[in-house]
Design a protein around this ligand. Sequence first.
Ligand code: HEC
Ligand code: HEC
Ligand code: HEC
Ligand code: HEC
Ligand code: HEC
Ligand code: HEC
Ligand code: HEC
Length: 593
Amino acid sequence: MTGRSKVAAWLVVGSISAAASIVGWAPVLAADSTAGAIAAAQQVGNPANDTCLTCHGNPSFAAPGADGKLSALYVIKDKFGNSVHGKLLCTQCHIDITDVPQKAGEKHQGAMARAAWRLDIPNICGACHTAERAQYATSVHGTAVLNNKNPAAAVCSDCHTTHAIANPTTDAAKLSITQNCGTCHAENLKTYTDTYHGKVNTLGYAYTAKCYDCHGNHNILKVNDPHSTTYPANRVKTCQKCHVNATAGFATFEPHGTPHDFARYPIIWLASKCLLLMVSAMLAFFWTHAALWFYREFKEHAQRKLQTYIKAAELSDAKFKGKYYERFPLVWRAAHLIFAVSLMVMVLTGMSVLYAETSWASAVMHWLGGPKVEAVIHRTFAVVFVTVFVIQLAYFVGYLIRNRGTFEWFGPNSLFPRAQDVGDMLAMFRWFFGMGPRPVFDRWTYWQKFDFWAPFSVVIIVIICGVMLWSPTVTAAFLPGWVFNVATIFHGEGALLAVLFLFTVHFFNNHFRPDKFPLEVVMFTGAMPLEQFKQEHRVEYNRLLAAGELEKYLVDAPSRPMSVGATILGFTLLGIGLLLLAFVLSGMFGIGS
Ligand code: HEC
Ligand code: HEC
Ligand code: HEC
Ligand code: HEC
Ligand code: HEC
Ligand code: HEC
Ligand code: HEC
C-alpha cells in the first residue's frame, strides 16, 4: 500500500465502524478519535494503541472465532494502561497484526490462526523476557507447548493474564496467579484450598505457601521427576524456604491431602469418616432427644399439667422460706464463664480459618488484623482455656485423693456415669412418649453428665491436636508430617462438633426448652430457688432433707444487681453463641461464600 491509500483505508475504518455498530459488534468511532486514528495510521506499520482500541475498546466487541462461536475481543483500556506493559504498543506483542480490517467482518491481514498464535505466545513474550523463556522451555508446561505442540498446557499469559499483567511481587498478582493455576488444575486448587496454606490464601493473604512456592514457576517439573522441587528427596529443601527447621518427617505432610480420595489418602479418609460418624451419631441422638423433650414438655406446659414449682409443706417452714439452694460454688461459676468466653473467642478465630471462603470469615479476619494476629489471639485463649482445664482436673484429682476413703465414684454426687443414668434415660423416654410420669433426678441428671463429658472428651482431642499444630516442626521431630493432615481434621471437625453440641443441645437442655425458656441463670448466680431445686433434683432434695443436711446448702436469694448482671451476661453469651452457630452453619452449607 502507498501512504495515500493507507490514509484512505483509515478513513474507511471510521465509516465501517459506524456501519458495523448498527450490525451490533463494532464500536462507533468518535470524531476526535477518528483524527487520532488517521494520525496513527500515518506511522507506517505501527498503529497507535488508540487505533486498535477504536474497535477493541468497545465492551460488546466480539466476533466469531475459529470454532464459529462468538468470542470477546474487548480490551479494557485502563487495565492495560495500568499493567506493567501499559507503555508498550499493542503491536509489540501482536507482531503479526500490521494491518487493520477495512471492511466490516474483514479479518486482520496476516493474523495467525488461533492455535498457532497460542503456541507462539512463549516466543512473543520471550522476545523481551529471554531468561524466563529459557527456563520455561525446560518445564513441564514449556515442553508440552513448545515441543509437543500441546495447547492445553500453560503459556505465559495463562499464569500472568494477557492485558492486565501485574508485577508478581504484589499480593494481588500472587493471589491471581494462584487462582490461575486452578483454571487447569481445578482438583489441586481445591485440595490446596482445604489445607491451612490454602485457607490463608483464600482469606486474601499471600505470605503462605502458594502453588509456585512449592512447584516453582517457570521451572515446574512433573512431581515424579527427580529434579522437581516436589520430588520426595527434594521436598525438605522446598519446605525449608519457609519452615527453616523442617525435617524429612515434616515433609511427608500431604499438601494436597484430601479426605475425599480413599485410594490416595486412606488414613485421612478414615480419620475424617470416623469423626463424621461420631458427630452424626451424637447429634442425631441428642437432637432427637431434644425434639421429643420439646414435644412433651410443650404439651404439658400447654395443658398446665405441669405444676412448675410444687409448694410442699416443709417449704413454708420459716427456715426454708424464700431460701435458695447453692448449687455451684464460685470457682465452678468462674470456670464455666472462662470456658464459655475463651471457647467463643476460639470458635470465632478458628472457624474464620476453617470457613475461609465465606464473606464473614474474611470480614472477621480483616477486622482482627490478619491470620497472624488471629493465630496469636486463638493461642492466647487456648492457653487460658487449657490452664483452667488443667487446674480443674488437678482440683478433681486432689479432691478424689483427699476423699479416697469416702468418695463414692458412682455415688449421687459424682459426675461419673452410673447404672442409674441408663434407668433415668429410659424413664425419660417413656415420659416423652406419654408412657410414664416425668422421672425425678438426683444431683446430676444424665444429660448434665453428658453436657460435661461430651465436650470434655472432644476438647481433649482438640487440645492435643492443637498443641501438635502449634509448632509443626517441633511435632515433626518425632512424628511424621501426615499426622498434620489428620490433626487438622480432628482439630477442626472436633471443634465443630463441640460448637454444634454446645450451641444447640446444651442451649436447649439448659435454656430453650419450654420450662427454662428463655434463660437459666443458675450457672451465673450459683443458686436456685428451693422450690425449683426440689422440682428438678427431687431425689437429692429428699436425701438431704432426710439426712438433715439441706440447711447446710441454704443461701439467701441472689442480690438484685447479681440477678440483673447474671441475666445480662446470660443473654449476651446466648446471643453470641447463636451468632457463632449461624456463622458455622452458613460455612457448612456454603451460604455467603
Ligand atoms: C504483553 C503482550 C501484549 C500486549 C502489549 C497486548 N496484547 Fe493482546 N494479547 C496478548 C496475548 C498473549 C493474547 C492471547 C491470549 C490467549 O490467547 O489466551 C492477546 C489477545 C488479544 C486479543 C484476543 C482476545 C483476547 O483477549 O484473548 C485481542 C483482541 C487483543 N489481544 C488486543 C490487544 C490490544 C488492542 C492491545 C493494545 C491495547 C493488546 N492486545 C496488547 C498479548 C498482548
Ligand atoms: C476496524 C476495527 C478493528 C481495528 C481498528 C482493529 N481490529 Fe483487531 N479485530 C477486529 C475484528 C473484526 C477481529 C475479529 C476477526 C479477526 O480475527 O480478524 C479482530 C481480531 C483481533 C485479534 C484476535 C485475532 C484472533 O484470531 O484471535 C487481535 C489480537 C486483534 N484483533 C488485535 C488488534 C490490534 C493489535 C489492533 C491495532 C493494531 C487491532 N486489532 C485493530 C477489528 C479491528
Ligand atoms: C516488547 C517487550 C516485551 C514483551 C513482548 C513482553 N514484555 Fe513483559 N515486560 C516488558 C518490560 C519492559 C517490562 C518492565 C516494566 C516495568 O519495569 O515497569 C515487563 C514486565 C513484565 C512483568 C513484570 C515483571 C517485573 O519485574 O515488573 C511480567 C510478569 C511480564 N512482563 C510478563 C510478560 C508476558 C507474560 C508477556 C507476554 C504475554 C510479556 N511480558 C511480553 C517488556 C515486554
Ligand atoms: C505456570 C505459571 C507461569 C508461566 C507459564 C509463566 N510464568 Fe512468569 N511467573 C510465574 C510466577 C508464579 C512468577 C512469580 C515468581 C515469584 O515471585 O516467585 C513469575 C514471574 C515472572 C516474571 C517476573 C520476574 C521473575 O522472573 O520473577 C516475568 C518477567 C515472567 N514471569 C515472565 C514470564 C514469561 C515471559 C513466560 C512465558 C515464557 C512466563 N512468565 C510463564 C508464573 C508463570
Ligand atoms: C506446600 C507445598 C505445595 C503447595 C502449596 C501446592 N502443592 Fe501441588 N504438590 C505438592 C507435592 C508435595 C505434590 C506431590 C505429592 C502428591 O502427589 O500429592 C504435589 C502434587 C501436585 C500435582 C501433581 C498431580 C497430583 O495431583 O499429584 C499438581 C498438578 C499440583 N500439585 C498442582 C498444584 C497447584 C495448582 C497448587 C496451588 C493451587 C499446588 N499444587 C499447591 C506440593 C504443593
Ligand atoms: C492452561 C492450563 C494450565 C495452567 C494455567 C497451569 N497448568 Fe500445570 N499443567 C497443565 C497441563 C496440561 C499439564 C500436563 C503437561 C504434560 O504432562 O504434558 C500440567 C502439568 C503440571 C504439573 C506436573 C503434574 C504431574 O503430573 O506431575 C504441575 C506440578 C503443574 N502443572 C503445576 C502448575 C502450577 C503450579 C500452575 C500455576 C502456577 C500451573 N500448573 C498452571 C496445564 C496448566
Ligand atoms: C512460602 C512459604 C511456605 C512454604 C514453601 C511452605 N510453607 Fe507450610 N506454612 C507456611 C506458613 C506461613 C504457615 C503458617 C504458620 C503459622 O501460622 O504457624 C505454614 C503452616 C504449615 C503447616 C501447619 C498447618 C496447620 O494446619 O496448622 C504445615 C503442616 C505446613 N505448613 C507444611 C508444609 C510443608 C510440608 C511444606 C513443604 C512441602 C511447606 N509447608 C511449605 C509457609 C510455607
